[in-house]
Structure formats: C-alpha cells, structure tokens
Design a protein around this ligand. Structure first.
Ligand code: NDP
Length: 309
C-alpha cells in the first residue's frame, strides 16, 4: 500500500511527476468540495507537499507526520501548530540563493538605471527630439542588507563585485562577516543608499521596515524587497514613493499579493515584479527535488535534508 500524501496547491510539473512515482498524491485543489474530501479522507494523509498549511487544515489531518514546503520561507505554514502536533516541517534552502540574489541585483540595476522606463521611452517613439535624462549608478554606493543570511550573503558578494559598500542589520553581529554591522535598522537605513530586504516573513519581522526606517532611507534612498511584503509598512512606503520621500523601490513581493497598491502602477520610480525571484527552471527543479528528497528521507527513516520543525 503506497503512502498517501496531500498536495494543497499546484506544484511544478517535474516535482509532481516525482511525487506521483513514489506516493499516492491527492490534489486538494482539484476536489470539487475540498472540505468534504478532507472529512472523508483526511485521516489517511501522512504528508503534505507544498502549499499553505494552517491550524485548521492540521486538525483535519490527524495522522500527518510531515509537511514538506516548496520554498525556503515557511511563513505559509503554522509551524507552532505543527510543532504542538509533533509534525515535522522541511523547506528548500540554499538551492535558490543564486537565483534570488541575481534577481535582487537585476532589480537594483533596473531601478537605478531606469531600464524599464528607458524601454518604454524608446518603444513609445520618444527618443527622437527628447532627452531621456540621467539615472543613478550603483558604483560606490552603500547597500544596507536587512537579513544577511544565505541569500543576503550572495547579494552582498554581487554588490561588492559592483563596487558597492555593504553594511548589514540582523538580530546579532556575525563574527565571520567583514561588513559593518548595525544593531539599529533606522541607523543603517540612514547610512544606506539602497536598503535590500531579505529576512524571513512572519510575526517577528512584521512591519520591521517602518515609516521611521523608510524616512531614514530618505529622498535619495531606494528600497528593494525580495523577502515578504509583510516586512514593510506598505502604506507608508507608497506615500513616500508618491511624495518624493523615497527615491524609488524595486519590489518582488507585496503585502496582500497578488494585489498591488494601485498608486504604484503609474509611478516611474518603481519596478514591479510578480514574486518570481526563485522562478528559474533550474532553481525550481532543484527546489522540487529537495521537497521530494525530504519526504523520501522521512519515510525511509533517514535524517531530513532541511528540517525547520
Ligand atoms: P536565512 O535564514 O539564511 O537568512 C535570514 C536572515 O534574516 C538572517 O541573516 C537573520 O539574521 C535575519 N533575520 C531573521 N529574523 C530576523 C529578525 N526578526 N530581525 C532581523 N533580522 C532577522 O534565510 P534565506 O536567506 O534563505 O531567506 C531569506 C528570506 O527570503 C526567506 O525567509 C524568504 O521569505 C525570502 N525569499 C523570497 C523569495 C522570493 O521569491 N522573493 C525566494 C526565496 C526566499 P539574524 O539571525 O542575525 O537575525
């Protein structure tokens, strides 16, 4: 008898194929009445692959052993409830570092050098007879990284290659890191031309990039968020972008996504991106493989590759 697992949402084709080879997969999102399905079948489910898992769902899966998340961030899972129910949780760290760092740097160059605006300018036939104006170079500028972890360090290395000065903020100084450490985010923002957010979402970082932080970054400062929209006071950010209190923002994530504040749509000092920092073929394949490997390890009684609970 094969092991029955639940897939709450769509996954990458390669990941779904690998799961189907090993397990009996139930796609909750394809059920006409998911609540009724869970009531009738939830007790047979031993693992969840990807998707959002709240405490309500957990109560319907009384024999659940493991949740294998597709992604390094796991703020989509109620880890407290999982821990209380003795359910293991895994994520997919490291394999996505390069892809996310690459997009962060890409967003910075796009925003600073006005690449999106320039493209629109040329396509609209405005080049003849008009001066496009100037843009902001990254070279020699200071980038403050909020969350100098696995991805943050890859961003730092790339920023240094662009001749930027790197400073960072986190809950503690990292002794093996050569960059200047700030124990106060407002102070770091004041010292930064660019503030790059790449710390985890969830309650502990909710609104950490407050109005005070954004005002310290100031009218010459630019914000980049490749973490989670919840870290930023989004209304304050929008207001400052509209009234010139911030020079610009490049955003891969939003509070309440996929909804994006309407005010941002018409701003030229904003680059918008649909939460796709890790979405390259090679990285998504590697994330899927890691999700499957964690499940395989669990059911083989072997150590998990990346356990967070
Ligand atoms: P890591 O855990 O390696 O690094 C996170 C960093 O954030 C650490 O340096 C940590 O430093 C810091 N941090 C953690 N909690 C706090 C806090 N409360 N206050 C301040 N700093 C904090 O994570 P990754 O680099 O692997 O990933 C970071 C995040 O990026 C993920 O959680 C995810 O949400 C996001 N992400 C977004 C993607 C996208 O598609 N846009 C793709 C992949 C990831 P310290 O411990 O010193 O505080």
């Amino acid at each position: 008898m094969t092991i029955e697992i639940l897939q709450p949402g769509k996954l990458l084709d390669t990941c779904e194929a690998a799961l189907a080879q090993r397990y009996t997969v139930h796609k909750l999102y394809e059920q006409p009445d998911p609540a009724a399905w869970l009531k009738a079948n939830g007790s047979r489910i031993r693992a969840v692959a990807g998707g959002n898992v709240d405490a309500g769902l957990l109560t319907q899966l009384p024999n659940l052993e493991i949740i294998a998340n597709f992604g390094v961030g796991y703020d989509n899972i109620d880890t407290k409830a999982a821990k209380a129910a003795n359910i293991r949780v895994t994520n997919t760290p490291d394999v996505l570092n390069d892809a996310v760092a690459e997009l962060a740097i890409g967003l910075m160059i796009a925003l600073g050098r006005r690449i999106v605006v320039a493209d629109k300018f040329v396509r609209a036939g405005k080049w003849p007879g008009n001066n496009f104006g100037l843009s902001a170079e990254l070279t020699g500028k200071t980038v403050g990284i909020l969350g100098l972890g696995r991805i943050g360090k890859e961003i730092a290395a790339r920023a240094q290659a662009l001749k930027m000065r790197v400073v960072y903020y986190g809950r503690g100084r990292q002794p093996s890191v050569p960059h200047i450490y700030y124990d106060n985010l407002v102070d770091m923002a004041r010292d930064s031309d660019w503030l790059v957010i790449v710390a985890p979402g969830g309650k502990s970082t909710q609104g950490i990039v407050s109005r005070d932080v954004l005002e310290a970054l100031g009218p010459e400062g630019r914000l980049v968020n490749v973490a989670r929209g919840t870290l930023v006071d989004q209304p304050a950010m929008v207001e400052l972008l509209v009234n010139g209190g911030l020079a610009g923002a490049a955003l891969d994530v939003f509070d309440g996504e996929p909804e994006v504040p309407a005010e941002l749509m018409d701003l030229d000092n904003v680059v918008l991106s649909p939460h796709h920092a890790s979405a390259t073929r090679q990285t998504r394949d590697a994330m899927g493989a890691m999700l499957v490997a964690n499940l395989d390890a669990h059911f083989a009684g072997e150590p998990l590759l990346s356990q967070v609970v």
